[in-house]
Design a protein around this ligand. Structure first.
Ligand SMILES: *Cc1c(COP(=O)(O)O)cnc(C)c1O
Length: 399
């Protein structure tokens, strides 16, 4: 048996912003026998998950499901819609936007990266100005990250769509919804997104290993003339097989069982309730951070992420040393600072299979870790979060 080093009593707290804790219902679903992926039983499951996942993306159109990490879905979005040398406009919200940009460059796309400070969401005015300038319509796609997981900052996708439409620009809108889908309100159709990209290991509460592209009609039309080389990622082959509930190659059968169960759980709870629950946990977390006297990395309250909070360490204190103390003593994993934020921030993931008491355990672990690590702070963060959650529950009961 594989032996993990986690302490043997109680559950490990996996409070990184993905992979998230996988609920028992999903683990049990995954623990079914692997079946013939060309047989009738599989077909029923295939059709079900292909239908359910559309509800999660809030789309009537097709959603492609790959066996891949989210990075694969980034690549699939680009190679299916664009041609070598095409111009792509991206925005530097943080580390994940930077990785998508690097991928785009490696694919041979002419990638323009509008600079950001890693503390704010997309500056829509900058995008609008760039599109207005582009009178020859050389920009073929605008790509943005909805919830920047390295910083805990969300961007306004509706405003980006409006800017594209206002400039009467034909560029495709592609959105990374990897750490927002199924936890923050995300509407592929209503928001006019052409390709939405996501993965399994965040709000969907699954292990890593599934990646998604949701497609608009315009994206599908663009795929007919896109010239970037592709084989594994080709939408056409997928769509053809998916019509009958099958895949053109062997799908990750057991992860699809998990996806079926995860969609059931999300739809039973109701997406609006799922989103509200995440907003409450995020607000409770921010109240705790403020009570500790620490600073939230996101500098714009309108852009606070509801799935994670990145917290700045006081100068002279290393966030990774603090994280190690929390892990060694209280068996909880917190998210590390990525790239230029290494050592400077820690990230509290509050998404997925999560309730009030999971959050309280998480925040208690942080507060105990701050004390143990000798990080200057005021106590009382946990109480501030408790007070807020009691208020939310009281209102719910009165309604
Ligand atoms: C997790 C994440 C990714 C990367 O996904 P992988 O599954 O690690 O390839 C990309 N973008 C965002 C916003 C993410 O949160």
């Amino acid at each position: 048996m594989l032996k993990l080093t986690h302490k043997s009593r109680g559950r490990h707290f996996l409070q990184i912003p993905g992979p998230t804790n996988v609920p028992d219902r999903v683990l049990k679903a995954i623990d079914n026998p692997t079946i013939d992926h060309r047989g009738p039983e599989f077909q029923t499951i295939g059709k079900k998950v292909l239908s359910d996942i559309r509800k999660i993306f809030q789309t009537e159109g097709p959603v492609i499901i790959y066996g891949a990490s989210g990075t694969g879905a980034w690549e699939a979005a680009l190679v299916n819609t664009l041609s070598p040398g095409d111009k792509v406009l991206m925005y530097e919200t943080g580390h994940f936007a930077t990785l998508w940009k690097r991928l785009s460059e490696r694919m041979g796309l002419d990638t323009e990266f509008l600079p950001g400070d890693w503390r704010h969401g997309v500056d829509v005015a900058q995008i609008a100005a760039r599109l207005e300038q582009d009178s020859k319509h050389q920009i073929k796609a605008v790509c943005v990250v909805h919830n920047e997981t390295s910083t805990g900052v969300t961007s306004d996708i509706v405003a980006v769509r409006r800017a594209i439409d206002h400039a009467r620009h034909p560029a495709l809108l592609m959105v990374d919804a990897i750490s927002s889908l199924a936890s923050t309100d995300y509407r592929h159709d209503e928001w006019g997104v052409d390709v939405s990209v996501s993965g399994s290991q965040k709000g969907l509460m699954l292990p890593p290993g599934l990646a998604f592209n949701a497609l608009s009609k315009k994206a599908l039309a663009a795929s007919k003339s896109a010239k970037l080389p592709k084989s594994y990622w080709t939408w056409d082959d997928m769509l053809e097989s998916n019509k009958n509930g099958f895949w053109p190659y062997t799908p990750p059968t057991n992860l699809l069982y998990g996806l079926s169960e995860a969609c059931d759980m999300l739809l039973e709870e109701g997406l609006a309730n799922v989103f509200a629950r995440h907003e409450h946990y995020a607000e409770a977390t921010r109240r705790a951070v403020r009570a500790w006297g620490l600073e939230i990395l996101c500098a714009d309250p309108a852009s606070y992420s509801s799935t994670l909070t990145a917290v700045l360490m006081p100068p002279g204190h290393d966030a990774d040393k603090f994280r190690k103390i929390v892990l060694d003593n209280f068996d909880m994993s917190l998210g590390t600072g990525l790239a230029k934020l290494a050592g400077k921030v820690f990230r509290i993931g509050h998404l997925g299979d999560f309730n009030e008491l999971t959050l309280m355990g998480t925040l208690a672990g942080v507060e105990m870790g701050l004390a143990l690590a000798g990080v200057p702070h005021q106590p009382g963060g946990v109480s501030a979060a408790m007070d807020y959650l009691v208020g939310v529950a009281g209102k719910r009961n009165a309604a």
